[in-house]
Design a protein around this ligand. Sequence first.
Ligand code: BTN
Length: 244
Amino acid sequence: MKIYNFREVSSTNEYAKDLLESNELICVTALNQTNGKGRNQNNWFGSFGNNIYMSFGITHKVECSAEKLSSFQAVGALTVKRTLEKLSSEIVCKLKYPNDVYVKFNDSFRKISGILVEHGFSGSNCIYTIIGIGINVNESKFPDSLSQTAISLKMLGVNHKIEMINDIIIEEFEKLFGIDYKEITNLWSKELNIFNKEIRVMNKSQNELFNVKEIMNDGRLKLINVKNEVVIIDNGDTIRYNLD
Ligand code: BTN
């Protein structure tokens, strides 16, 4: 894997897409992003030199099934969880479907990392995948809109250099990337720990409670309620549940 370290880019995901044109497997890191991207067209907040901004770019030489493509979000989430657990044995870390990473802070959980997975297609064929990882490391103040929900390692009392964390992420990513995708999906669904929980679905037509019926092969959640109605979820922002 070729590693590119930059001082500043617009978005490591966008830069990785450009660099994949001349590489098969890459990692792009930056000290700063001027236009960091979150899911659902949101911006990703982060100040200069204080956080992890990293993207892995993978070129697909053979056709990828929906199951395999969905396993990349699991690789991202598991990479972050394992990295955090290596940094401190005190951190209580949970995955929130599909790939947000939360940590325990006082009596609740706060988001410490977000992962943006993007696929590039030629017709119906996926030709590349980008796994973008943001981790809040030395941020000490978040904007008002995030101040009750976000947290950094520093705010948890864990102090480490960005470069050292980057090295651990790459090490953990390489280990997980080498594992068969079915096994990755198994590891991920165990970590999600979402069965037997009440899931509140928040969308225009419904705001009611469901349970998980199954995690489908392509990573989507099949939920069922007491009236035996089924909904399929592929976006974690539309559901709420207790991470404990
Ligand atoms: C989310 O909304 O939770 C996903 C956030 C992903 C942020 C990371 S930071 C590195 C990479 N580059 C980007 O522009 N976004 C991802």
